[in-house]
Design a protein around this ligand. Structure first.
Ligand SMILES: Cc1ncc(COP(=O)(O)O)c(C=O)c1O
Length: 486
């Protein structure tokens, strides 16, 4: 994830207050440890990188607003942990202590193995090893080659085009650019289409790394709120008219994080709207294969079918096959493909060939393995839902028809507090604020079901303890926060 502020940059009190969200426990009299814990969380998830200069104590006290004494006490605590350094005349900044303090996100806490609920990424498909073996056997045929494929290896481009054909979208390999993941694909598209100050329409909530990518090119996300049932298409039409964004970035298949899917009528209306505004649509299909209640080949036609000339589709093998392959792609018109390749040359000269060949091998007959993947995830979804109903009965969620996570509505605006306390129970969480273009979503939490059932059952139990601690009805939260981080 790209950081909210460049290392060495200064964050204003106002901006830090927004990132902190609802950091304070309701009714807490002594808030300095809450504040320290919330700042620690921002450091842990990378939003406050080392070197970030903090606002002056008085400025932060005004922005939050709390007493200056509380700010001083919180900073003292972080200084003791080595997370903040200060020098007279130079102010305070985020620093990373070496070793001991366990601030590396994957470090297990005392008495727990760490469960990573911040990442909605499943392990590799079982067939991956066999595909590697097969590629290894045929590798000598490829080694005489130079190995540079700016567009992607022809075998993989053909295989990806064939998958679009199977989904009812005629596609030529010339329309495909293979990238190192969908995030890389989005970065390339943004680099080609946007400049500093340009606006990009996004859903609200949206995928955090996409929001970061938009901010990283100094473009401005223009959020349009999702409704309880999906997309506010009149709202999108109004935003396209009024804000004249350069692009719209949308996840119409099992939206991350809400898991909504746009139906065929919605896609047709969205295409008409985009055509009227002449706004290119960047459609992220990273999770489109993960239809947990049906078959992706029977789902609504891909968005590009409705507006071939305006839609730039992003795809990825990360969720369907394995994130570690780091293979994604862009499907666009040959003209856009040509421009993307020119843009790419300054950044990289193609993605790893062996990994591309492995994916080409897997895509030669993708359906049996993907069916197994979907069945496994559907079972895990049901286990997590049952566990949450038992241990967190006041949290609400819809049963997602696809994707990798539940979008859970909490009974109070305590998402950040839950994420802070959860770390002490061995669970890494992304608080709801990560999914808003400008923070917010303190009543919401994304909970992935990518772990095996026994881990999910145990995580639901631990989340019940966290929820009780934060609500003040279970283990005292203060005691929780005192658990040493080792
Ligand atoms: C909607 C969406 N887009 C892009 C990505 C990143 O994909 P990749 O691993 O291919 O870069 C993710 C991963 O979580 C995602 O959910």
């Amino acid at each position: 994830m790209s950081p909210e502020v460049p290392p060495g940059g200064r964050i204003s009190g106002f901006r830090l207050a927004r990132l902190l969200g609802e950091w304070r426990r309701r009714g807490a009299r002594q808030g300095s440890s809450d504040l320290a814990a919330a700042i620690r969380l921002l450091v842990l998830d990378g939003r406050l990188p080392a070197g970030t200069r903090l606002p002056a104590e008085r400025e932060l006290a005004d922005a939050l607003p709390v007493s200056r004494t509380m700010i001083t006490a919180a900073l003292d605590q972080l200084r003791e942990e080595g997370l903040v350094a200060s020098r007279r005349g130079a102010g305070s900044w985020i620093s990373l202590p070496t070793g001991a303090l366990g601030i590396v996100p994957d470090t297990p806490l005392v008495g727990h193995s760490m469960v990573d609920f911040a990442r909605a990424a499943p392990p590799a498909l079982p067939g991956l090893l066999a595909a590697f073996d097969s590629v290894r056997r045929h590798l000598p045929e490829h080694l005489a080659d130079h190995g540079y494929y700016e567009h992607g290896h022809p075998d993989l481009r053909r295989a990806i085009a064939a998958r679009y054909e199977a989904r009812g979208l005629p596609t030529s390999p010339d329309q495909i650019v293979v990238t190192s993941g969908a995030q890389h694909a989005l970065a390339l598209v943004l680099r080609l289409f946007t400049g500093p100050g340009d606006r990009v329409l996004v859903e609200q909530p949206s995928y955090p790394n996409a929001l970061d990518a938009i901010k990283a090119v100094s473009a401005i996300p223009v959020p349009v709120a999702m409704t309880d049932t999906g997309w506010d298409l009149p709202g999108i039409a109004a935003a396209l008219r009024q804000a004249a964004p350069r692009l719209a970035y949308l996840v119409v298949d099992f939206h991350n994080p809400t898991a909504h899917r746009m139906d065929e009528a919605g896609r047709s209306e969205l295409a008409d709207t985009a055509r009227r505004a002449r706004t290119p649509l960047v459609i992220d299909e990273t999770v489109c294969e993960l239809d947990l209640d049906g078959d992706p080949l029977d789902g609504p036609p891909p968005m590009a079918k409705f507006a071939e000339d305006l839609v730039i589709t992003l795809g990825s093998a990360s969720k369907s096959h394995w994130g570690g392959l780091r293979i994604g792609w862009i499907r666009a018109t040959p003209e856009v493909v040509h421009r993307l390749i020119s843009t790419r040359a300054a950044l990289d000269l193609g993605s790893a060939v062996v990994d591309q060949l492995v994916l080409a091998e897997l895509l030669a007959n993708p359906d049996p393995a993907l069916r197994e993947r979907r069945a496994g995830l559907a079972g895990q979804r049901d286990v997590l839902m049952a566990g949450l109903r038992e241990h967190c009965p006041t949290w609400n969620f819809r049963r997602p028809a696809g994707g990798l996570s539940l979008w859970c509505e909490l009974d109070a605006p305590v998402s950040t507090r839950i994420a802070v306390v959860a770390q002490n129970h061995g669970i890494r969480l992304a608080p709801g604020s990560r999914f808003g273009a400008h923070g917010g979503f303190e009543r919401w939490l994304r909970l992935p079901f990518v772990q095996p059932p026994d881990v999910l059952r145990d995580a639901a139990r631990r989340l019940g303890l966290v929820a009780a601690a934060v609500a003040g009805t279970g283990v005292a939260a203060e005691e929780d926060l005192a658990v040493p981080v080792a």
